[in-house]
Each structure stands twice: as C-alpha cells, then as structure tokens.
Design a protein around this ligand. Sequence first.
Ligand SMILES: [Zn+2]
Length: 329
Amino acid sequence: MIIKDLTIPIRIILDTALSRRLPRNHPKQKDIAEDLTKRQAGFKGEKNLRYYLDLLPKEEYLIFFDLNLTVNNYSFQIDALVITSNMVLILEVKNFSGTLFFEPIFNQFIRKNNNKAEGFPNPIIQAQRQRSLLIKWFKEHGIQAFPVDYLIVISHSSTILETSNEPSSISQKVLHAEKVVSKILELSNQYKKKLNPTRLSNSLQKLHSPPIPNILESFAIEKNEIIKGIECSQCHSYSMKRDHGAWICPACNFISIDAHKQAIFDYFLLISDTITNQQCRDFLSISNRKTIHRVLSSMNLRSSTYEKGKKKIYYRPDIHWINKNHCLN
Ligand SMILES: [Zn+2]
C-alpha cells in the first residue's frame, strides 16, 4: 500500500516559476532549463519505480516516496522506502542512460556514454550512508530495530550494467526497475523475525519534513532580477492593470478576473513565504492599497495581524496545493 505517494518535486515547481519570472535572454535561463530537464527525468524514473512497487501485495508492504528525515540536525532524503513486518528497504533510484560500470576495488561509479567516461558519486556508498542515518533515526525516535537493507534501482531498462570479475555483492544490490518486485519478495523471505511496523509508519508520516529550497540562492540570482507585475496569459507581458474589478492587459486588451493569483503565488515561491499589503503592491506593480487588500482577502490565505492589529501578514499555502490548484505550468 502506498502510504506517502510520489508528488511532483518542489524543485520542478520552483524552477518553472523562476524561469517564467526572468527575462528570456537572462544568462541563468540555460542553467534553469538544464536543472529542470534533469529533475523531470528523475521524476519520470521515480514514476516508473512507482508503477512496479504498486504491484506488491497491498496489505504486507507499506511504501513511502521521497522521505526527508532529520537526525542530529542533519537532514537526509530517501527516494523510496518499503516497510514490511520483517524489514525496511531503502530504494535509491538512478536515471542514467548508457553503460554504468560499478568498479568494486576503488568503489568507483562510472558512466560510459558516446565514448565518454564520467565518474559520479557511487550510489552504493550513498545508500549505505542513508542506511546508517536511518538506523540512527530509529534510535533517536525509540523505534524497534528493524533490519535495514538497500537496493539501487536503475530506472531505464535500456541502461547496461557492468561490473568487474572480482567477487563482489554489486549484482545483489543494483538492479533494473522491472526486477524490483521479485527482488523485494526474495529479500523479505530472508528476514524471519516479525515486528510491528505501525509505529514506524506513523512516525515517518509525522516527522517527514520537506525542505523548501531558496531557489534564488541556488542559482545565485538577486531578488531585483525577478520580473514584477501581473502576467497576461495571452501575450505574456507583465503589465496588467485593474479596471472595473478585473485585470486588463494594455498590450493586447485581454481581460482576466484572477490574474493576480499567479503573481502572488510566484512571490511565495520565489521571494518569501509571507507577504504584506505593501510587498504585494510593490511586486504586482499596483499602487492602490484597497485593491491589494481586496485581492489578498479574497484568496483565503492564512494570515495574522501585527502592530496592534493594524497590519496584516499573509502566509504561503502548501506548495503542492499551489501547484495543483493553479496550474502554474
Ligand atoms: Zn496581453
């Protein structure tokens, strides 16, 4: 049973908003586009894994995607975690194409593609590190010591896996996504002791805390480089003005009732997780305080007051809610 389902990665939502709010010829557009392509490929790989994991018997297998946990103030991320009554399994997903060479003597991980060899961090070492952090996390939260195992899942079936002839356990740890179900069933039979996973499952749901990256910092972009204003969905200029309770584009005369929403959500995604009337007026390039009060109030955002109730501050809704309800793509 999938307990925590796969959701669109927050970085994809943020990258998309950032690209939209920068001039087309901005020098960082290329970096953002590359990052977006890489993350979309990763998401596709995870969706492929999800398809197979969903085939596991529902009652016995609890599945969590994209867990972010913290131990000793250090946070770590797990692509997918499978829990049964006798083991916990970490799945690290890799989306490389070409040929992957796991070299066991120096523990190197090399990708060969188009006659080019490139080294990457070894996913086996990454997974072993996640395993030791998860065991520490169990201890920190007083959770029974489940046996923890790990697998490296290669999402493309066309990726060729190679290792040397040295005796090693690599072939037991690295596999293509389509083999993951049979491997999990096989592993599950190796652990005999029965434990109750309910407490672990509840703690994982409660203590998972996804970090919201500061996207401007990630790309070394200053706040003043972000385009202000309300975007016209027809001609993509950022100059919509208020007219008789609606937004009108002076460039193409397009009229919208709720064009302000995307601008306010972009502020939440790119600039800050809170907004005041003044910050909103500045970002939307609208000088009328009452208009901004009206649109902010109409959005049902969580808010609080300060300066003895005279000023109001509005809070960012959940990012996945923003993405789902306002189709920011
Ligand atoms: Zn327009």
